[in-house]
Design a protein around this ligand. Structure first.
Ligand code: ADE
Length: 253
């Protein structure tokens, strides 16, 4: 049976998913807890990604090598970069770049040495499935989040975007830095800290990979009113609903 790996960036997401896996079994590898079980009839392995490129790459490698997952999906939050990407929107990555990779002058800036490329694609079909599931969930945002949460965080008419996501080992929290990222990659929609690393690992193993990120902030000086509450009350609920929609619509392999 095909095995789906789910990497969650957030504790709350992981807990919500585990609540839907009555048969979950914990296996610890490399200091990480991997949860094996079934969800909507699919064999899944769920794990906290951890934060940053190296930690996420290790987690992904264990999923591929030890648990033999044949599809890998990442859910979490990201900072919005695109001008129309707002807090509460969802970005499904079409591809990834490490914005902090720089081995120049040995290799062109941003190119991953010995790969001859800076850009790693997400799997097109898998991403289209997740974008469809995201749209269905966001159309009913109020049902998933509750009226008060939608009002409080001003999540009226949230949108799903698909495009380039930047990754780097830095939480982007100044207008100057997000401006510089937008100048360097005008098409970038969002910035986070893991996706490009996991995409590179999945490229090495030729395993389909896709990532869904709820926009938690604008990657600038405007601190979110309450980041932790947003994660608990919005992002982790979206992730749970999107993954659930996606798995329900997918034939077990
Ligand atoms: N994840 C969520 N928001 C982020 C930001 N502003 N920078 C990097 N990673 C993030």
């Amino acid at each position: 049976m095909a095995v789906i790996g789910i990497m969650s960036a957030l504790h709350e997401e992981l807990a919500a998913v585990l609540a839907h896996m009555p048969d979950e079994q914990r296996v610890s590898v490399a200091g990480r807890d991997f949860w094996l079980g079934h969800w909507h009839g699919h064999a899944v392995v769920v794990v906290l990604s951890r934060i940053g490129k190296v930690a996420a790459a290790t987690t992904a490698t264990v999923l591929l090598e030890r648990f033999r997952v044949d599809t890998l999906v990442f859910t979490g939050v990201a900072g919005g970069l695109g001008s129309d990407v707002r807090v509460g929107d969802v970005v499904v990555a079409s591809g990834f770049v490490q914005h902090d990779m720089d081995a120049s002058p040995l290799f062109p800036r941003h190119e991953v040495p010995l790969y001859g490329r800076a850009h790693f694609d997400a799997h097109a079909d898998l991403s289209a499935q997740l974008a469809g599931a995201s749209r269905r969930v966001l159309q009913e945002a109020e049902r998933h989040l509750g009226h008060d949460t939608v009002d409080e965080f001003q999540l009226h008419a949230p949108e799903v975007h698909q495009g380039l996501v930047l990754s780097g080992d830095r939480f982007v929290s100044t207008g100057a830095e997000s401006y510089a990222l937008r100048q360097a990659w005008p098409a970038a929609l969002a910035v986070e800290m893991e996706g490009a690393a996991v995409a590179q690992v999945c490229h090495d193993y030729a395993v389909p990979f896709a990532a869904v990120r709820t926009i938690s902030d604008r990657a600038d000086d405007t601190a979110h009113t309450d980041f932790n509450r947003f994660i608990r009350e919005v992002a982790s609920r979206y992730s749970l609903a999107i993954l659930s929609q996606w798995l329900v619509g997918r034939q077990p392999g």
